[in-house]
Design a protein around this ligand. Structure first.
Ligand code: ISL
Length: 565
C-alpha cells in the first residue's frame, strides 16, 4: 500500500469558538489556540483541522463565509493566524483549513452584487424566476424548511441547501470555480497543508434546476453526488491541489462505500479521504435525525467492517465518531456514567486501531459528554432550533420529549466549551461564555486528566504513540474475527499478509457493554503467543486462549512477530 504522511497522521479537530478564549469576550480565538500549542504537542497529534475562522456573520458559526481571505475579528487577525501556523509547524504539526464553497454567506460581496440581474455576479448563485407563493421545487434545507427563499427586492427565489443566510454557489459558472481555485491557492501559498471540504459532494446541482418543470422536482437528494461532481473535483485537483503536498478530506453526505471507491480510488477525483455518515446515522429513526432508534453493535460492526474491507487498497478511511456536528460519542456509543473512563478508552481503541486516519475532536481526549440541556435558552444552534420545531409539527416528538431529544441530538452537545480545569467556566474564558459550560467540568477537565496517570487523556496519548510505533496499526489489513458475538467486536490487522505467519499482526478485542463476556477466538489466533500492547484495565492476561473481558474492556495484542518499525 502506498505510504502517505496523512495516512500515518492523527488529526485533532479544533472548533475555535469553543476551544480557548484569550481575551475574555466569551468566544474562543486564535491566540487562545496559540496558548495551547504545547498541549497539542504533548498529546502527540500530527495535524490540526481548524473549523472556519474566516470573516462571517456567524449564522452557522463560520460556515457562512463573507470573506474567504480575511480572519473574522472575533477570532483575531491574519497575523495571529500566521503565528498559529508557524507555531504548529515548529512543533511538526500540520494544519488543514475548512473549505466552505458549496455556499457563501448572503453577506458575501458576490451575493450582494448578484442581486442585480444585470451583474456578472447574478450567475454566481441560483436565482430563479417565478410565483412568489410557490418555490421553484420541493427541495428542503438540511436545517429544515424549504431550500428556497424569495427575495422581494430582486423578485426571484434563491437556493440555499442550508440556512437562508447560506446561498448556494453555482459551480456551473466557470467564474465561480476560478474564484474558488484562486482562493485555495491563496491559503496554500500561506503554507497550509490541506483542506477539509465542507459538503463537497453537494456542489454539482442537477441540470434543469432552475426550470420549474425540470429535473429539480425530484428532491434535494439530487444535489448529492451531482452529475458534474467528478469533473469539478478533478479540475480543482489539476488546477490547484496537485501543486502542493496537501491532504484533501471531503465531507460527503450520504456517501455509500461503492461511491467512495469511485471518488477515492487512485487517479480519480484527487480527494484523499472522506467523511461518510453511515455509522453516525444508525440511531436515526424513521423520521430521520430528529427521530431516535437504538443503535446495535451488530449494525455498527457490520457498517464499519464493510468500509474497512471495501476500501482496503482502493481508498482510505477517516476514523471518527465525534465532530462539531455530532453529539459526544461517549454519551452515544459508550456509558458516560459508571463506565466513563472504560468506555471512553474502549471507543478510542477502536478509532485508533482500524485502518484509516483517526480524528480526535476537542474534548474527546478527556471524555467530554453531552450537555444536560434543561431549556431552549441554552441552545444556540440554528439547525437544532429549526429542526426541533419541524419534528414537533410532524409529530415525531411530543412537547414533553423535546429536551430529551436535544440532549441526545443537538450539535451543541459538542460545542460547549473545552474543559481545561476546575476553575470558573472550566478555564475556557474569564468572561461570559457564548454557550454554557457543561457543569461536569469540575470532574472532567484537562488538568485533572493530565494529573491522573491512568486517565483517558494518557490513554489517548499512549494510543497515538502506539500507532506511530507500529506500521501494522496504520497499514495493516482488517479482518473481522467473531462476526456474531453479541457483546464483543474482535478483529485482527495484518501487514503484508503474503508473508504468511511471519507477517506483523495485531488482535483487537473490544467489549462494547457492561457485562463480562468470554471470547473464544479462532485457533489460528488463539494459539499464537501474544503480547499485550495496550489495554484499558490493569492485569490483562497475555494469553488469547479463552479471554474473559471486563466491562468495556479493550485490549490490543501483538501476535508473534509484530515488529516495531
Ligand atoms: O449537522 C448535520 C447533522 O449531523 C448535518 O446535516 C450537517 O449539516 C452536514 O453534515 C453538513 O455539515 C457541514 O456543513 C454545514 C455546517 O452547518 C456543518 O457544521 C458542517 O460540518 C453547512 O455548511
Amino acid at each position: 500500500m502506498n505510504r502517505s504522511w496523512w495516512k500515518e497522521a492523527v488529526v485533532y479537530q479544533i472548533y475555535p469558538k469553543s476551544f480557548n478564549d484569550s481575551d475574555g469576550d466569551g468566544v474562543g480565538d486564535l491566540r487562545g489556540i496559540i496558548e495551547k500549542l504545547d498541549y497539542l504537542a504533548d498529546l502527540g497529534i500530527d495535524l490540526v483541522w481548524l473549523n472556519p475562522v474566516y470573516e462571517s456573520p456567524g449564522a452557522d458559526n463560520g460556515y457562512d463565509v463573507s470573506d474567504y481571505r480575511a480572519i473574522d475579528p472575533q477570532y483575531g487577525t491574519m497575523e495571529d493566524w500566521e503565528e498559529l501556523l508557524a507555531g504548529l509547524h515548529a512543533r511538526d504539526i500540520r494544519l488543514v483549513m475548512d473549505l466552505v464553497v458549496n455556499h457563501t454567506s448572503d453577506e458575501h460581496e458576490w451575493f450582494e452584487a448578484s442581486r442585480d440581474p444585470e451583474s456578472p455576479y447574478h450567475d454566481y448563485y441560483f436565482w430563479c424566476e417565478g410565483d412568489p407563493d410557490e418555490p421553484p421545487n420541493g427541495w428542503r434545507s438540511f436545517f429544515g424548511g424549504p431550500a428556497w427563499t424569495y427575495d422581494q427586492e430582486v423578485g426571484k427565489w434563491y437556493l440555499h441547501l442550508f440556512d437562508e443566510k447560506q446561498p448556494d454557489l453555482n459551480w456551473e459558472n466557470p467564474a465561480v470555480r476560478e474564484e474558488v481555485y484562486d482562493m485555495m491557492r491563496f491559503w496554500f501559498e500561506k503554507g497550509i497543508d490541506g483542506f477539509r471540504m465542507d459538503v463537497i459532494n453537494l456542489i454539482s446541482k442537477p441540470e434543469g434546476l432552475l426550470d420549474r418543470d425540470g429535473a429539480g422536482g425530484h428532491g434535494t437528494q439530487q444535489a448529492v453526488n451531482g452529475p458534474r461532481l467528478h469533473e469539478y473535483l478533478r479540475e480543482m485537483h489539476d488546477r490547484v491541489i496537485s501543486d502542493y503536498d496537501a491532504v484533501t478530506i471531503g465531507e460527503m453526505v450520504d456517501l455509500s462505500v461503492e461511491e467512495a471507491r469511485e471518488f477515492l480510488g487512485p487517479d480519480d477525483t484527487g480527494i484523499d479521504t472522506a467523511f461518510h455518515f453511515e455509522h453516525v446515522q444508525l440511531d436515526f429513526g424513521a423520521g430521520g435525525r430528529w427521530d431516535y432508534e437504538e443503535w446495535t453493535l451488530e449494525e455498527l460492526r457490520e457498517t464499519l467492517t464493510r468500509w474497512q474491507v471495501e476500501l482496503d487498497g482502493i481508498g482510505w478511511n477517516t476514523l471518527y465518531m465525534s465532530n462539531h456536528d455530532q453529539p459526544r460519542h461517549l454519551s452515544r456509543f459508550g456509558d458516560d456514567g459508571t463506565y466513563h473512563r472504560e468506555s471512553a478508552t474502549m471507543l478510542a481503541t477502536l478509532l485508533h486501531t482500524l485502518q484509516g486516519t483517526p480524528f480526535v475532536y476537542q474534548g474527546e481526549e478527556i471524555g467530554m459528554t453531552n450537555y444536560p440541556f434543561e431549556s431552549l435558552d441554552e441552545v444556540r444552534d440554528v439547525d437544532t432550533i429549526r429542526n426541533v420545531e419541524i419534528a414537533q409539527e410532524r409529530g415525531y416528538v411530543a412537547e414533553e420529549n423535546v429536551m430529551e431529544l436535544i440532549r441526545r441530538r443537538s450539535r451543541d452537545n459538542a460545542r460547549t466549551p473545552m474543559q481545561w480545569d476546575g476553575t470558573a467556566n472550566a478555564g475556557f474564558t474569564e468572561g461570559e461564555p457564548w454557550i454554557p459550560v457543561n457543569p461536569n467540568y469540575t470532574e472532567i477537565n484537562v488538568s485533572a486528566e493530565m494529573a491522573t496517570p491512568d486517565s483517558i487523556w494518557h490513554y489517548y496519548r499512549d494510543l497515538i504513540d502506539l500507532r506511530r510505533a507500529h506500521d501494522v496499526l496504520v497499514y495493516g489489513h482488517y479482518e473481522l474475527l467473531l462476526p456474531n458475538h453479541p457483546e464483543v467486536w474482535a478483529y485482527t490487522r495484518t501487514l503484508d499478509p503474503e508473508e504468511g505467519a511471519g507477517a506483523p499482526r495485531v488482535a483487537v478485542l473490544l467489549n462494547f457493554f457492561d457485562g463480562s463476556p468470554t471470547v473464544r477466538l479462532p485457533a489460528e489466533v488463539a494459539e499464537r503467543s501474544a503480547e499485550l500492547l495496550i489495554g484499558n484495565y490493569p492485569d490483562a492476561e497475555d494469553s488469547l486462549d479463552e479471554c474473559r473481558l471486563r466491562p468495556y474492556e479493550a485490549r490490543v495484542y501483538a501476535l508473534e512477530s509484530a515488529t516495531h518499525r
